[in-house]
Design a protein around this ligand. Structure first.
Ligand code: C5P
Length: 232
């Protein structure tokens, strides 16, 4: 049994309104991407595949992988225009029989959560980190009129890491090949749609936020400060 962590950092981060892609933006003196790579470097995974925008491979190798000594990064793959395409390139470079797919924008993933997801990937074949939804969610039509209000007690907010048997996830991607890939916003969805396996939800962490907008960087600073003072 072996595990490859596929760390996705090939997005353009357009919602950050910054010329510098968000994965390279500084957060307490280190690039955002540093934090998730550090968590996987210190975890029991066997290797890390880093996926960056095509053309950034040299920069990522020199400025992040070598600079911070992340020697579990065995390959740096080029991403594609869609997240699903970036994941596929990462899976092709992965050498293990299990994969953990992680959005590098979730910079505050902990070692405990990584271990939970590794155990769940082995036990359930397909598993996603998730937290119970705290807000009321409404479905609306394209004119902004509410069409329904799902029962909140059944709703979960999905996070990464998500863990899979590698062949099962590849089969899922093959079977859903006809679907417009920008609609695939996570990997659990690929397995759900393929019908190849059920997907088990595993308790995530409310601090495992995805850095998307400038305010998230502020929240991120608070999470890091809090960890420093609590010694975790
Ligand atoms: O766009 P979104 O916030 O869903 O992106 C989630 C993660 O997927 C980010 O870490 C981003 O860098 C990555 N991504 C990627 N390739 C893309 C789009 C997003 O690796 N084409």
């Amino acid at each position: 049994m072996s595990f490859s962590a596929i760390v996705l950092a090939a997005g353009s981060g357009s919602r950050m309104h910054s010329a510098l892609p968000k994965q390279y933006m500084p957060l307490e003196g280190k690039p955002v991407l540093y934090y998730s790579l550090k968590a996987f470097q210190e975890s029991p995974v066997d290797e890390i595949v880093l996926v960056v925008p095509s053309g950034d491979e040299e920069y990522a190798l020199k400025e992040i992988v070598c600079r911070f000594g992340f020697d579990k990064v065995h390959s740096i793959a080029a991403g594609q225009d869609t997240r699903a395409g970036s994941v596929l390139n990462g899976i092709k470079a992965a050498k293990s029989d299990h994969v953990l797919i992680h959005d590098s924008a979730r910079a505050f993933v902990t070692g405990e959560l990584i271990k939970r997801m590794m155990d769940a990937a082995v036990a359930f074949k397909a598993a996603a980190a998730a937290v119970p939804e705290k807000n009321t969610i409404k479905v609306a039509d394209s004119d902004g009129y509410v069409t329904s209000t799902p029962d909140r007690s059944t709703l979960w907010e999905i996070q990464t890491p998500q863990g899979f048997e590698k062949d099962l996830l590849l089969e899922g991607y093959e079977k859903t090949g006809g679907m417009p890939s920008e609609k695939i916003t996570d990997d659990a969805m690929v397995v759900e749609l393929s019908g190849c396996s059920k997907v088990k939800l595993v308790m995530g962490e409310y601090t495992n936020i995805k850095i998307t907008t400038p305010e998230d960087l502020e929240i991120g600073r608070m999470i890091l400060k809090n960890r420093l003072t609590s010694g975790s």
